[in-house]
Write a protein that binds this ligand. Structure first.
Ligand SMILES: [Fe+2]
Length: 316
């Protein structure tokens, strides 16, 4: 498959200063900043781009409020990029933007752009584990992180206004591979046959397109926890987490933020090849989280917040 992952996500926001404050705390690296454009990078060079919501050159929003305005998908090289564009030739809205990037609009109305990826491979060794008879970490303490440093933008989750059309567009036109599915309700897809469990998860929400969350990979559960506690200590509000997803196996922690729907730290997701066997599951809360803390952990007391899940987001 021609695409390697998310190369950049562009957000349209009402408060640039507040978005900057959040991203400085989130642990992505500032790359450039002007009055109407902030660019941050994950460790692999994927870009978080923030623009004023009313910027005239932004693609139209797919929902009210602060949200994602565009996703740039990366290809390994020019030949792979051209392969993707060839598969899109049957899509009637391919166009070239002012920046020279080819673009299409997905059935949800979201702008997608494509480029040769600017991301660099990052190799991380997660903290080894010990168990009786299997000692992977010898004479070495397990780390406590004082903040997270996201490695990449691992996935985006979209509410699909026309679920069948979105599923067909991404799997048939763009070649995404189905990793797991809630038949008729949601589909986890990856952009490469051999790769992380999902780069794009789509949830059926008839007639109401939107963004459910955008997720940033960190090295392991310890960085999820340390990063989440650091965000809490800086006053950012947990949406839900920490917790663990049964589907994809990942540890997670979601935060409310001034950019869009929740942003997520996650680690230790399943890695798939052509031998991965997709599951078909009934959508239910137990499959969103094996366990989860609603409201998060207080960054000062290091104890869970007393809270109730009132997000209304569905958590699937
Ligand atoms: Fe996620």
């Amino acid at each position: 498959m021609a695409l390697t992952g998310i190369d950049a996500v562009t957000f349209g926001v009402t408060d640039m200063a507040e978005a900057k404050r959040f991203l400085d705390d989130w642990g992505v690296a500032p790359a450039s900043a002007t009055a109407d454009r902030l660019v941050y990078q994950t460790r692999d060079g994927a870009e978080v781009i923030v623009r004023p919501r009313d910027a005239a050159d932004l693609p139209p929003p797919i929902e009210d409020g602060n949200t994602v305005r565009e996703v740039i998908w990366g290809a390994a090289d020019e030949a792979q990029l051209q392969q993707t564009l060839a598969t899109l030739s049957s899509v009637d809205n391919v166009r070239t933007g002012a920046d020279g990037l080819p673009r299409v609009t997905d059935p949800n109305g979201l702008s997608l752009a494509f480029r040769v990826s600017r991301r660099k491979p990052v190799s991380v060794t997660p903290t080894p584990s010990n168990a009786p008879g299997s000692h992977q970490r010898v004479n070495q303490r397990s780390p406590i992180h004082d903040r997270a440093r996201p490695i990449n933008i691992g996935h985006i989750v979209l509410f699909a206004a026309d679920f069948a059309a979105m599923r067909a567009f991404y799997t048939e036109k763009l070649g995404f591979v189905i990793s797991d599915e809630y038949p008729g309700h949601g589909v986890f897809t990856r952009c490469q046959t051999v790769g992380a469990h999902h780069n794009l998860f789509m949830l059926n929400r008839p007639g109401r397109p939107g963004v459910n969350h955008v997720a940033f990979t960190v090295s392991d559960i310890h960085e999820v926890i340390g990063g989440g506690i650091a965000m809490s200590k800086r006053g950012w509000k947990t949406e839900i987490g920490p917790g663990r997803h049964p589907i994809s196996s990942a540890y997670f922690w979601y935060f409310e933020n001034p950019l869009a729907a929740p942003l997520e730290y996650y680690a230790d997701e399943d890695y798939c090849t052509e031998d991965w066997r997709p599951g078909a599951f009934e959508r239910k809360p137990e499959l969103f989280a094996e366990w989860a803390i609603v409201g998060g952990i207080d960054g000062t007391t290091r104890r869970q917040m007393a809270s109730r899940d009132q997000s209304g987001r569905g958590h699937a």
